[in-house]
Design a protein around this ligand. Structure first.
Ligand code: HEC
Length: 138
């Protein structure tokens, strides 16, 4: 076989493998565990967005870095602590004036975000095909 033909064949082989792999990635539906936020948690999420909490805090490591990651704050702190934190402010954490309903909504948001997984994800496993699988804590 002429070298040109050989390279063309190799190129076509790589191109078709690449196309099939991409097709598989973009058409497979990942299992997110069927997560939906409740109405109350969505109110909390809206407060989270409106007050730009993400400029200082992170969820799943994404956000600003002045304050701590709050993905699993619900697992580490009790509800009274969280509510108190919101309206008292400490050091660089501003003092907000949320009413009791708003505080409940934000705590509910933290509670449901906490149920979606954990960060940092120390129990993840890198599979041979490059995907990361999560061993969920029950
Ligand atoms: C200007 C930056 C900033 C903004 C904006 C901000 N925070 Fe914070 N937050 C901090 C910092 C810094 C801390 C850590 C305070 C400390 O313990 O010293 C903190 C701590 C917290 C904690 C306690 C975490 C823990 O484990 O003790 C909660 C809960 C929290 N913030 C929620 C919020 C929410 C909700 C919003 C938006 C309504 C918000 N923060 C907006 C900076 C910010």
């Amino acid at each position: 076989m002429k070298p040109f033909k050989k390279y063309l064949l190799l190129f076509l082989l790589l191109l078709s493998t690449f196309s099939v792999y991409n097709f598989m990635i973009y058409t497979s539906k990942p299992d997110y565990g069927n997560i939906h936020l409740s109405e109350k948690a969505i109110c909390g999420e809206n407060l989270w967005l409106k007050n730009n909490c993400n400029s200082c805090h992170q969820l799943y490591g994404l956000g600003g870095y002045l304050g701590p990651d709050l993905t699993n704050v619900y697992a580490h702190r009790n509800e009274d602590y969280l509510k108190a934190m919101l309206n008292s402010g400490v050091k660089a954490m501003p003092k907000f004036n949320f009413n009791p309903t708003e505080k409940e909504a934000l705590v509910q948001f933290f509670k449901e975000v906490n149920q979606t997984g954990f960060y940092p994800n120390i129990e993840s496993e890198l599979e041979t095909d490059g995907w990361v699988s999560i061993k969920r804590k029950e």
